[in-house]
Design a protein around this ligand. Structure first.
Ligand SMILES: Nc1ncnc2c1ncn2[C@@H]1O[C@H](COP(=O)(O)OP(=O)(O)OP(=O)(O)O)[C@@H](O)[C@H]1O
Ligand SMILES: [Zn+2]
Length: 563
């Protein structure tokens, strides 16, 4: 039994997340966690809201709330949405909690003691009107690269180039709009990543199994020369810098956010301290396999910056084994954007369709080889085809026939024959492939294998037609129907990581009520058994089909929607 630590990139706190965030980090992490639980591994799946930084302060100001109160409220909003999407975190924490404060201070002190922190004086934008420095997004102006007028001090949304507030042309304060901005000297702390190049090279060379996209991004950062990184900001919301003369400064959000993976583990352990030990997952934890899931913009922070923090400490912290990074989910040909309210946000998504339908489509179309474009048209067509016509139809035709003709009792007559042996061979191939794809973190291929198992089951039943055979050979029909019931059970078990709600309901119709249904290893035994109690219930409609025209209506509605 392997010990697997799984983390999803931390969703930022400034609003309800969109389908891109779900597809890029939360969902693939959840599906893998569920698969690993299904094969009996010991899994710890963690996540947290990422709460520091200027966007949180600005969103709180826009909502007319104190930033701590704003973050507390938004954390609860996000937690509830993830519960409804059946994201099976063992613990969902907050990066602004006291444990993360303490750990962030710890790492800073270790890095400092090892000579890896350096003070530099920087010229930063200061606003006399606001009486403060304006870091990152607190400054708005014209992009020096593309001329976009609404560029923000950390990045230009139009041309995506990273910026410093001092780069902007005609800068103004995002708080007061004041344009009388000055440049003033201010002291900041840098993490000397340049001193860690060799350590990082060796570390990176010892990793394997990363998607090419992730390796390429990590290598690009190293090959371009690892630059020292400013890890402090002139802000009040965040982890205060424990050094005289640094009052009113906090650590940069990307310094403390990944440390929250460890803080979340402490939060999990603190809920049951007699039985849980966070150190077993992080401290000299050679027996742990650690997997991180995230979108490609987060790769540098996980493949370079966070490892620099951990390795630079000189302590035996667990570092990531595989970073599963993906490309973008785009929205009807353009970008998802939280700030512009473009796309489908997770609260609205749940009003339109069940969580399982979104989970299935986003996994089956995971942006792994390249970007994936979401459109309502494709979503409706593929969900109708896979979930209603294939899986739903399989469940319905088998269980309602058992209900109608056998009073809900799984028939025991008849013996498996040649068609069942052929079926078992084909099923074994698919089950082995499915495990392989899950292990390789190949989400699309795993979903394709699940779809293939549903198709195989439907094809078998169409060919052996127990509904017709029952008139001439009731024993043969019974054997086929028994295989059919077991196929339903297998079809639901393999689907469970993707569509846990519907799969769980189907398994309960068969009397199987396991919190984590096991993944069948081979089909031979699985095909010819009766279900516990021998009785199955008739199914309700599992997935209602989207009616014709539904997608067009949604496309039009969402074209002008705001979050
Ligand atoms: N369109 C997308 N497709 C795939 N992954 C995405 C997409 N947008 C964000 N992500 C990923 O979602 C995770 C959480 O992102 P985060 O909450 O920081 O939002 P974000 O990157 O600021 O997105 P946005 O700016 O659209 O709100 C990150 O791993 C990020 O890479
Ligand atoms: Zn630009």
């Amino acid at each position: 039994m392997a010990k697997v630590l799984i983390t999803s990139a931390l969703p930022y706190i400034n609003g309800v997340k969109h389908l891109g965030n779900l597809a890029g980090s939360l969902l693939p992490a959840d599906i893998h966690a569920r698969f690993r639980r299904q094969i009996g591994d010991e899994v710890l799946f963690l996540c947290a809201t990422d709460e520091h930084g200027t966007p949180a302060e600005l969103a709180a100001a826009a909502a007319g709330l104190d930033v701590a109160a704003y973050c507390a409220r938004q954390h609860d909003v996000q937690a509830e949405i993830y519960r409804r999407f059946a994201l099976s975190f063992d613990h969902f924490d907050r990066s602004s909690g006291p444990r993360n404060h303490a750990l962030t201070r710890h790492f800073f002190e270790r890095l400092d003691a090892r000579g890896l922190i350096e003070e530099r004086v920087l010229s930063q934008v200061y606003s006399p009107t606001d009486g403060r420095f304006l870091p990152d997004r607190y400054v708005i102006g014209t992009c020096p690269h593309c001329g976009h007028g609404g560029a923000r001090g950390d990045q230009c949304e139009a041309c995506t180039r990273p910026l410093d507030p001092t780069d902007l042309i005609a800068p103004r304060s995002a708080l007061s709009g004041a344009a009388d901005l000055e440049h003033r000297p201010t002291r900041h702390l840098f993490l000397r990543q340049s001193a860690l190049v060799d350590v990082l090279e060796r570390w990176l060379g010892s990793r394997s199994g990363w998607p090419p996209l992730v390796t390429a991004i990590a290598r690009k950062w190293l090959d371009e020369g690892l630059r020292d990184r400013c890890i402090t900001r002139d802000l009040s919301w965040g982890v205060p810098v424990p050094r005289p003369g640094y009052e009113g400064k906090v650590f940069y959000v990307w310094f403390d956010a990944p440390i929250a993976y460890i803080a979340a583990t402490q939060g999990w352990a603190d809920a049951d301290p007699a039985r849980r030990d966070w150190r077993a997952w992080w401290w000299a934890a050679e027996d742990v396999e650690y997997l991180q899931f995230l979108g490609k913009d987060n790769v540098p922070f996980h493949a370079v910056s966070f490892p620099c923090t951990l390795l630079g400490s000189g302590e035996p912290w667990k570092t990531v084994d595989v970073i599963k990074g993906v490309n973008w989910l785009t929205y009807e040909g353009g970008k998802f954007s939280t700030s512009e309210g473009r796309g489908v946000f997770l609260d609205r998504a749940l009003e339109l369709a069940p969580a399982d339908s979104w989970r299935w489509w986003l996994a089956a179309n995971a942006p792994e080889g390249g970007d994936t474009d979401f459109s309502f048209q494709r979503f409706a067509a593929e969900v109708n085809h896979d979930l209603a016509d294939s899986f739903g139809n399989l469940v319905h035709r088998v269980l309602s026939f058992v209900a109608a003709r056998h009073g809900g009792l799984v028939p025991e007559a008849g013996e498996p024959a040649e068609p069942e042996h052929r079926l078992a061979l084909a099923l074994d191939r698919h089950l082995a492939a499915l495990r392989g794809h899950h292990r390789a973190l190949a989400l699309r291929r795993a979903a394709e294998e699940v779809r293939a198992i549903w198709r195989l089951a439907n094809t078998y039943l169409a060919a052996e037609a127990p509904w017709t055979v029952i008139r001439t050979d009731p024993d043969r029909a019974a054997a086929v129907l028994r295989a059919g019931v077991n196929l339903v059970r297998i079809a639901a078990a393999v689907a469970w990581p993707f569509i846990p709600d519907a799969a769980g309901r189907v398994l309960r119709l068969l009397g199987v009520d396991d919190a984590v249904p096991a993944l069948p290893e081979t089909s031979a035994a699985a095909l010819n058994r009766t279900v516990p109690g021998g009785r199955v219930a008739a199914p309700p409609i599992l997935f209602a089909k989207f009616p014709p025209g539904w997608a067009e209506v949604q496309s039009r509605t969402f074209a002008g929607a705001s979050p």
